[in-house]
Design a protein around this ligand. Sequence first.
Ligand code: PBG
Length: 331
Amino acid sequence: MAFPTERMRRVRGNAMLRDLVRETSLDAGDLVYPMFVVPGRSVSRPVGSMPGVCQLSVDRAVEEAKEVRDLGIPGIILFGIPPDKDAVGSGAYDPAGIIPQAVRAIREQVSGLLVITDVCLCEYTDHGHCGVLRGEEVDNDRTLELLAREAVAHARAGAHVVAPSDMMDGRVGAIRRALDAEGFESLPILAYAAKYASGFYGPFREAAESTPQFGDRRGYQMDPGNGDEALREVALDLEEGADIVMVKPALPYLDVVRRVKDRFPGVPLAAYNVSGEYAMLQAAIERGWIDGERVTIEILTSIRRAGADFILTYSAKEAARILARRGGRSA
Ligand code: PBG
């Protein structure tokens, strides 16, 4: 069958029919909002390269968490900036550290919101790398124990999910064993499984004050040229006990999102629409070069279409507002 019998435009020509046959859905319930928590009270410090995003003290983070929940967004992921940094990232696994404080406050004061914590050392080390150093190299195996302690500290404070983002080998297994040993065998791990060494993390490093003081993260994060390797990373994390896997960044790696979904169809898959992707979008919106509402929804829809079950995105609040105005419809 071909033209003139077949006419693709028949279905497209009617907006209601277009909505009815749309393959990919997007709603606020597919989104997770990242937040940056800093010491102090009543602090709300805008992040220059991420318009609309602020570093927040715990009291302000509680307020924003309520706002997020009231927009119908099911979860947040928390990043912490400690009062002091040192070579071994002590603030990361301090049971009274910034993230345990924030988790406790949010769990106490905000119901009906999933609290995920990012598990990594880079925000807590004075050198800005994701683990402890031996010379100028990150020492993989010594870092594992510290990441495990960090995950347990988050779990004890009440985190619903822990999300290791460091890319050390063996960290999912080390965290799983430590959680199990402490009675948290039911606590899920969301593994940043395929995390690329990306220039798109620049604005995040301003927000999290985690820019490496020397070198870069290519020794532990993935080479942007590799796709097959992402499948290996995902397989390894699943073997070690990951419950949900993630591809990061999202837009430059939509092919990877799709390949992971196809290869591991029953595994929940997240994608992280990272800071640089958000900054590019906001810059173009500010200049009036693109239609912000339209492109925000188009981007998130494309990440869902590629195969992500849910998306970590700084656009979550804006997207939820747009979708609510449209009666929940994603087009
Ligand atoms: C910590 C971490 C990073 C991001 C999430 N967790 C930064 C990095 O690896 O340098 C980036 C998130 C974003 O850019 O929005 N390791």
